[in-house]
Structures are given as structure tokens and as C-alpha cells.
Design a protein around this ligand. Structure first.
Ligand code: HEM
Length: 221
């Protein structure tokens, strides 16, 4: 029988973080097929007549952000293919910076003539634009903190800020999947759904990251 010494925690084959990462990649792939593929293949060009090149650049940056972020969290945690960690990290930060900066522009600029639904309708001057721009700014701040910690060789802080930044990147997925649900309409014009789709996962992530720090000290014998 497989026994574990008292006080030693049994390591499961797949960690909780591994399961979350698999879910993030699968849902990310679904959102990519639904939202990014029509842009990548130019099928959605007519939806963005005034700013398609910026939307295209945003989609390319967002794709790097979504998939290289997940790959690099895996590389960092599993310590496999570690020789790729630095290159993938810089591509994640570069792609993400392009995606977030263009997101802030798209969220704030007067780009569409229709008003209403999440993300893809009129963003100009509406609350929804502010919620998306705030998400873009939050990602830039978390990524900058992760980069700074790595440069200063504070690897525990680097890991935590990279996880936070990836949760913010994944908020795109949650926001777009929520937008497909008619029940989301109960939240109003969509801006509440956008705020919730990044603040709730970010807060839950923070609880996860800080969980052990608040645990009771081991009893003295
Ligand atoms: C920081 C997270 C993100 C924010 C704040 C954000 C924000 C935005 C905004 C404001 C738009 C509206 C553009 C417009 O219609 O004028 C948009 C569209 C779009 N975003 Fe993002 N985005 C984020 C992440 C991503 C990611 C990770 C991807 C992955 C590929 C992505 C792919 C797209 C695509 C394909 C569109 C155009 C959709 C369409 O044709 O209707 N975004 N995004």
C-alpha cells in the first residue's frame, strides 16, 4: 500500500494549478475559435471598417498572450523545456503589451457607431470602454511587476505576478464566453459583466496565492 509519512503532504499526479491551466487553455481555444479566427481569416473585416489593422494587431498580440502565457506557466512550474522559458516569456510580454495597448486604444477611441453589447459594439465614451481599458491597464501593470521581479531575481514574486497577469489575460475568455449567455443581459449594458469578468478571477487568484501565507503555524511538539 502506498503510505505517506506523517506531516508529509501526498503529491497528486496533476496539481490544482495544472488542472486550472488545462481548463484555461481549453476555454481559451474555444474563445479563440469563436472570436479571433474570424479576424485572423479576415471574415470579420467588415465589422471594423475604420480600424481593422489595429484589431488585427490586437488579435495577433492577444493570441501570443493567451497561448504563450499558458505554455510558460507550464514550463516554469514543471521545469520542462526550461531553455525556452526566457524566449517564450519575452514573446508573451511583447505580444501582451501589443494586445493591451491596442485594447486601451480600441476601448477608448470612437470606433463604432452602434451601442450596447459587450466588447464589440460602441465602446466610445461608454462605461464598457472604461472597464476594458482598465483591464488592459491592469494587465500592463501586472506584467511590468513580473518582469521587474525576474530582472531582480525575485523568482517567487515573479511567479506570483506572472500568474496574476495570466489570470487577467484569461479574463478576455471569460468576458467573451459570458457575452454569449443571454442571462448576462440582466447585468445591464455589459460594463458590469466586463468588470466582474476580470475582478472576480483576479480576487480568487489572490486568495489562492496568499492562502498559505495565512495558514496556522505547525503545532510544536
Ligand atoms: C487584456 C485583455 C483584453 C482587453 C482589455 C481586450 C479589449 C478589446 C476591445 C476593447 C476590443 C474591441 C475592439 C473593437 O471592436 O473596436 C477587442 C476586440 C477583440 N479582441 Fe480583445 N482584449 C483583450 C484580450 C484579447 C485576447 C487575449 C485576444 C486573443 C486573441 C483578443 C482578441 C480580440 C479580437 C479577435 C477582437 C475583435 C473581435 C471582433 O471582430 O469583433 N483580445 N478586445
Amino acid at each position: 500500500m502506498d503510505r505517506v509519512m506523517p506531516g508529509v503532504r501526498r503529491k497528486s499526479a496533476v496539481s490544482m494549478m495544472g488542472v486550472l491551466l488545462i481548463i484555461a487553455v481549453l476555454t481559451g481555444a474555444l474563445a479563440w475559435i469563436l472570436i479571433a479566427l474570424p479576424v485572423a481569416t479576415f471574415a470579420a473585416k467588415a465589422n471594423h471598417p475604420a480600424h481593422f489593422p489595429i484589431v488585427y494587431a490586437h488579435m495577433v498580440g492577444g493570441t501570443l498572450m493567451l497561448f504563450l502565457g499558458a505554455a510558460n506557466l507550464y514550463i516554469g512550474a514543471a521545469r520542462r523545456f526550461f531553455q525556452w522559458h526566457r524566449a517564450a516569456g519575452y514573446l508573451y510580454l511583447g505580444g501582451g503589451t501589443l494586445a493591451a495597448a491596442s485594447a486601451i486604444y480600441l476601448a477608448m477611441a470612437p470606433t463604432h457607431e452602434r451601442a450596447g453589447r459587450i466588447g464589440l459594439a460602441l465602446l466610445d465614451g461608454t462605461d464598457i470602454g472604461w472597464s476594458l481599458a482598465a483591464l488592459g491597464a491592469a494587465w500592463l501593470a501586472a506584467a511590468a511587476m513580473a518582469w521587474r521581479a525576474a530582472r531582480n531575481k525575485k523568482f517567487e514574486q515573479h511567479r506570483a505576478w506572472m500568474i496574476r497577469s495570466y489570470v487577467l489575460a484569461w479574463a478576455f475568455v471569460l468576458c467573451r464566453l459570458l457575452a454569449t449567455q443571454p442571462a448576462t443581459g440582466a447585468l445591464g449594458d455589459g460594463s458590469a459583466a466586463v468588470w466582474l469578468s476580470w475582478i472576480v478571477p483576479f480576487f480568487v487568484c489572490e486568495i489562492g496565492l496568499q492562502w498559505n501565507a495565512g495558514a496556522s503555524a505547525p503545532a510544536r511538539s
